[in-house]
Design a protein around this ligand. Structure first.
Ligand code: NAP
Length: 298
């Protein structure tokens, strides 16, 4: 039987509605959550991401503060801006769009952001809080995957989970989140031996590599829930000059074996911005000592 397709787009729309509802409640009490996005340089893909984030933030009723800096901005000038945003009570979330130009250092940039405003969850403080069971701000894409998994499976306790990929941005926080849910977690990577065999034991298989259709149908345990995070842009087979997005999972094959699977596009992707808004709301509630809305945090 063919797998259930997990509709991340619809789920993300529900999260965004919930966030907007909570924002209107807060605004009525005189507090409006605010997200500051910093873009250094004019990378075309980053420009698109930043404008999507701005639009979504405004649609949720939050304040959006965009800071576009020239590519040659020095670290000192970037840090002056970040320090100003850290101190600004109207700014609850700060996100520096990566990649930054080569003369700037991503780690140092993240470290400059106040961890309580680090809505990307990339700081050492938030990674440490996540690993040690504290109230972290969690990286948006893994948080979105967790929400999809909880929605699909309910209690995740005791399930075998395999995460392919060990990046700080995705694989590691995803593994930590699944561990927190009491899954038995395996993190696979480019040096993993017998990867198909490792994947075949997963009740939950999360692929975040960036290699188109690497995970074949026979790597999937019958009935497993498959979350495809990978995105590769390839030439469109039918439309010359156009491109399309392909996931890490060979979708047509895998859906014959899986119990449920996210498509690409329309699966994990839309959850990332929804979780950025959720994190900004959470950061705002924490800053003001207000109750955090349910279902929007890890
Ligand atoms: P990354 O930093 O490049 O990490 C990729 C991971 O895949 C690494 O841990 C790497 O292992 C592993 N890997 C590479 N080749 C492999 C192989 N043959 N077998 C097993 N593992 C292999 O990428 P990322 O930032 O985590 O992102 C991963 C993918 O998710 C990308 O396609 C990205 O575009 C996508 N993504 C999507 C969203 C979204 O939907 N919003 C958000 C974030 C990421 P090593 O560590 O051993 O090198």
């Amino acid at each position: 039987m063919s797998a259930t397709i997990i509709d991340g787009k619809a789920f993300a729309a529900r999260i965004r509605e919930q966030v907007a509802h909570e924002v209107s409640r807060l605004t009525a009490e005189g507090v409006t959550p605010g997200l500051a996005v910093v873009l250094v340089g004019a990378d075309p893909a980053s420009e698109v991401y930043v404008s999507h984030k701005h639009k979504a933030t405004v649609e949720a009723g939050m304040n959006s503060f965009e800071h576009r800096l020239p590519a040659e901005t020095s670290e000192a000038d970037l840090f002056t801006l970040i320090d100003r945003l850290n101190a600004d009570p109207e700014v609850h979330g700060i996100l520096c769009q990566f990649p930054v130009p080569a003369h700037l250092d991503e780690r140092r940039t993240v470290a400059r952001i106040d961890p309580s405003k680090d809505v990307d969850g990339l700081s050492v403080t938030n990674a440490g809080l996540l690993a040690t069971g504290g109230d972290a701000l969690v990286s948006c894409t893994p948080l979105g995957c967790l929400m999809l998994l909880r929605d699909r499976l309910g209690d995740l306790t005791g399930r075998e989970a395999v995460v392919i990929g060990r990046s700080n941005l995705f694989g590691k926080p995803m593994a930590q989140l699944l561990l927190r849910e009491s899954c038995t977690v395996t993190v696979a990577h480019s040096r993993t031996k017998n990867l198909p065999e490792v994947c075949r034991r997963a009740d939950i298989l999360v692929a975040a590599v960036g290699r188109a259709e690497m995970v074949k149908g026979d790597w999937v345990k019958p009935g497993a829930t498959v979350i495809d995070v990978g995105i590769t842009r390839v030439p469109h087979p039918d439309k010359p000059g156009k491109t399309r997005l392909i996931g890490d999972v060979a979708f047509a094959e895998a859906r014959e074996t899986a119990g449920a699977i996210t498509p690409v596009p329309g699966g994990v992707g839309p959850m990332t911005i929804a979780c950025l808004l959720a994190n900004t709301l959470t950061a705002c509630c924490r800053a003001h000592g207000l109750a955090e809305p349910e279902g929007l945090t890890a």
